[in-house]
Ligand binder design. Structure first.
Ligand SMILES: Cc1cc2nc3c(=O)[nH]c(=O)nc-3n(C[C@H](O)[C@H](O)[C@H](O)COP(=O)(O)OP(=O)(O)OC[C@H]3O[C@@H](n4cnc5c(N)ncnc54)[C@H](O)[C@@H]3O)c2cc1C
Length: 834
């Protein structure tokens, strides 16, 4: 066994094997993979092997697409046939709402270039008469995917990896990791058989590895403990059944008919494919328990749990309804295995929090489908510094340190049971809530707040009726304008015409200070640093010049800065900041970073009457001028007093209206809320949620992190040159310039359906029908009375007046590119004096 390698991959399931293969293919010479037992002995061996391209996430869509294409090439490279059957994938819709879900997905699929076809119930009956289709609305068919043999595809990748120089060692378990400053010392223990169990022997070796990847599947919690980190990757039970041969199916195939596509009847929570003349039926039922919360027992090797037929009886009967000929065939085989999950169903792929050269690839629930693409894109990140797609939605740090085992287990059970729910883009999931609440949560709830979940925080999405039933928000969801839409319209109007108050407490807040702080931030971010008492919007870039974090920087003192960034990405951004500080301290001098997120609450007050409300409660020697442009200009910060509450007020408004962010001590939040609410009564102040705020920022062309801003585009591609100071040196500058502008962000007004707005995932076309880009945000503009979106198109099209088309509900709708900030382009209302 080698004791010194460039990269050690821990775990010989489909994921680890693909990563080892792709690292070698990307040029790393010295890669070793270790497996505590046999390759594929974790969840991989018993997977059903389906490879669904269907995916609502842009990044996961790319990953699945790569896998499907890559698996088709493996046999030629390795000589091993992995049993890839390209039978296609048929998604059936029992309801109009399900069809609308597919229509939204189809538009997203087009942005990825994934082919699909619509199938009517009549066509279904003609092509696949064994499937009942008279009660269906229609179906979406992917002709290019199908299923594969999970063990065989793993073995083919293992062979390909070996051919490219990867060493694969079985029966070695990683038992300890120690960072030595420039490499990891990983202690491996030889595993031996004892009474059918696999147990550690006394034989150990230490392997030094410049990089480590963990792909430990169901053992993720053990891995996390060894690394001293948290990961919400915990498996849940998943069952599928293989029936005896179905005589009708056998007859159908003997007549020379092709194999049935993999069929998914989402409304019945099942999937079906042919297997040895019978049917293989998998089910995503309610009540499947999380397993191995702390460890996998020694006795659980390539094992399964007992079938729980009672739990899936209803769904099994629904399968018989769909495939009537299955009624009289018995069960031949059953599988109930651990399937790793995360709270949002996406795996955890990327750098581990707080650690160097430690990469995670854990929590895969669609691991067979995701393995190829994960290996490819993770290898890009490791070898080249960045992947060509933005992997943030898969990053392990999208969950913060507040997360616990209990949270992960309950949330993963929920995620599993939600696999086949209608995935409304305005979906909010109920488990483990409320968990992180700001003090004013109860007050806002009493006033009708319907909350959304942001990194564990409860943040009002909109304010509905005060006495709304528990199911109100659930029933308000739609692929079109949901029951909440009118409330958001009124809230948006309140800010444009009067005044509104938004709870923005979830923002991440960090203090960066010390003798090295100024030089560090000047290098770390691409815009000029503000003067003391002023603020700036700026970006920290990746090595490749793309956007890694968006910050509002407030300069509190010469060497003290208050950094405000997205609440959803607190741990992800914080990790990048801390690692950069640690790297640069020796060069720039001492720098201290304090995360003060939970110490400071934030209310954003905005609207033409916002100054009037604050004037009622502000305390100052000259209260009549304290909020004037002279004493408190736009883009500045002042310490003010509102009643008895000391407030760090920042004159910015994400809504693009006259307004202030009121950063206040968390423990005084209720006092401040009551004070503002009382003062607001005289001015008709409305409580406003995140949905209205999102629409308002679109009218101002304010880019959102995670939508327009991410690791696949530079700030220049986001068309934000005013926030990039090319006269100074900053991290990522050379690459930013070298990259140029491949696609450009622009704002468009959309003449869409009367009852729907885009969600920001739709494909964009020229009037002649050529696909030219995609939307990254969508919503409704109260000011213009029409739908609005931000998106990326070819640079030559991102100019005012360009006519485009947006695909929504399988039709193309007119869109026109506007100027940047179509509402108040000169920022006159925002700068209004008073
Ligand atoms: C019933 C069922 C059906 C499924 N059907 C599908 C499907 O149709 N399509 C699909 O895409 N997915 C499916 N899945 C999910 C799929 O099986 C998993 O997502 C996938 O196998 C995960 O692969 P992995 O490599 O991450 O984990 P595993 O296959 O579990 O591999 C992890 C490996 O790491 C090893 N290991 C752990 N810790 C250490 C250590 N410290 N040192 C050394 N080795 C270690 C383990 O022994 C194990 O072999 C299904 C799952 C189940 C349960």
């Amino acid at each position: 066994m080698k004791t010194q390698v460039k990269c050690l991959v821990v775990g010989g399931g489909v994921i680890g094997t693909s990563i080892a293969y792709h690292l070698a293919r990307a040029g790393w010479q010295d890669v070793m993979l270790i497996e505590r037992d046999e390759l594929t002995c974790g969840s991989t061996w018993h997977a059903a092997g389906l490879l669904p391209l269907f995916n609502m996430s842009y990044a996961a869509g790319h990953i699945h697409d790569y896998s499907v294409k890559f698996y088709k090439t493996l046999e030629e490279e390795t000589g091993l046939n992995a049993g890839f059957k390209v039978v296609g994938n048929l998604r059936m819709a029992q309801s109009r709402a399900r069809m609308e879900e597919f229509e939204l997905y189809a538009s997203t699929a087009e942005t990825l270039g994934i082919p699909y076809e619509w199938i009517t119930p009549g066509e279904m009956a003609e092509r696949w008469p064994l499937f009942r289709s008279d009660d269906m609305q229609g179906a979406l068919f992917h002709p290019t995917d199908g299923y594969i043999n999970p063990a065989d595809v793993t073995m083919a990748m293992a062979k390909g990896a070996r051919q490219r120089g990867v060493a694969i060692e079985r029966k070695w378990q990683a038992d300890g990791f120690e960072w030595k400053g420039d490499h990891w010392d990983v202690t491996l223990t030889k595993m031996v058989e004892k009474g059918g169990n696999l147990v550690p022997s006394d034989e150990q070796v230490v392997v030094s590895a410049e990089h480590v990847v963990t792909a430990s599947g169901n053992h993720a919690q053990r891995t996390a403990r060894m690394l001293g980190i948290k990961m919400p990757a915990i498996p849940v039970e998943h069952q599928y059944i293989v029936t005896e041969p179905d005589p009708e199916l056998v007859k159908w195939r003997e007549a020379g008919n092709p194999e049935h596509p993999v069929m998914r009847d989402a409304d019945a929570k099942n999937y079906i494919r042919e297997k040895r003349g019978g049917w293989c039926v998998g089910i995503y039922e309610k009540g499947a328990p999380a397993r191995f919360l702390y460890r996998v027992p020694d006795s659980f090797r390539a094992d399964l749990f007992q079938l729980d037929l009672e739990r899936i009886e209803g769904e099994y009967m629904d399968m018989i309804h769909r495939v009537p000929s299955a009624e009289n065939v018995g069960i031949k085989d059953d599988f109930n295995g651990p399937i790793c999950y995360t709270p949002d169903g996406n795996p955890l792929v990327g750098p581990a929090p707080g650690l160097r050269n430690m990469w995670l690839a854990e929590g895969f629930s669609f691991g067979i489908t995701a393995a190829g693409g994960t290996g490819y894109y993770l290898a890009q990140m490791m070898v080249e510094g960045e992947a060509e797609i933005d992997m943030a939605s898969l990053d392990p740090k999208r969950y913060g340190n507040w997360m616990t085992t209990e949270f992960a287990a309950r949330k993963n059970e929920e995620c599993y049971s939600h696999v086949y729910v209608l995935h409304h883009p305005d979906e909010e999931r109920p488990a483990c809530r409320p968990l992180r609440t700001s003090p004013a949560y109860d007050r806002q709830k009493a006033r009708g707040a319907q909350f959304g979940w942001v990194n564990g925080w409860e943040r009002p999405n909109y304010f509905g009726p005060k006495d709304a039933p528990e199911s109100f928000d659930h029933d308000a969801r739609s692929f079109r304008r949901g029951g909440w839409w009118q409330y958001a319209v009124e809230e948006a109007k309140a800010i444009r015409e009067g005044v509104g108050l938004i709870d923005a407490t979830a923002f991440a807040k960090n203090i960066v200070k010390g003798p090295g702080a100024t030089a560090f931030l000047d290098w770390f971010t691409c815009n000029k640093l503000p003067r003391v008492g002023r603020i700036n919007l700026t970006y920290a870039l990746t090595d490749h010049g793309t956007t890694r974090t968006e910050y509002t920087i407030v300069r509190l003192a010469e060497d003290c800065y208050y950094l405000v960034s997205s609440g959803a990405w607190a741990a992800y951004d914080g990790d990048y900041l801390r690692k950069a500080v640690a790297d640069k301290e020796a060069e720039f001098g001492r720098i201290e970073v304090q995360d003060v997120t939970t110490q400071w609450g934030v209310f954003a007050i905005a609207g033409p009457k916002s100054r009037d409300v604050l004037n009622e409660v502000v305390k100052d020697a000259e209260p009549e001028t304290v909020l004037s442009n002279k004493r408190f200009p736009w883009l500045s910060m002042r310490e003010i007093e509102l009643g008895m509450c000391p407030v760090r007020a920042v004159r910015v408004a994400y809504t693009g209206e006259l307004g202030w962010e009121l950063h206040h001590p968390m423990e005084m939040q209720n006092y401040l809320f009551d004070l503002l609410e009382e003062a607001g009564k005289n001015h008709g102040m409305k409580l406003v949620g995140a949905r209205a705020q999102n629409w308002l920022r679109l009218e101002k062309s304010y880019r959102a992190f995670g939508n327009e801003l991410g690791r696949d585009a530079t700030p220049l591609e986001a068309d934000l040159p005013r926030f990039v100071d090319l006269d100074k040196e900053f991290h990522g500058k050379a690459k930013l310039i070298e990259t140029g502008v491949r696609a450009k962000c622009c704002t468009m007004l959309i003449d869409g359906p009367d009852d729907a707005d885009p969600w920001g995932r739709e494909a964009l076309y020229t009037p002649e029908g050529a696909r030219v880009g995609r939307l990254t945000s969508g919503g409704y503009s109260v000011h213009f009375g029409t739908s609005i979106g931000l998106g990326y198109v070819k640079p030559e099209l991102a100019v005012e007046g360009t006519r485009l088309k947006v695909r929504m509900f399988d039709k193309l709708w007119d869109a026109t590119v506007t100027c940047d900030s179509p509402y108040d382009p000169k920022n006159e209302t925002i700068r209004k004096d008073g």
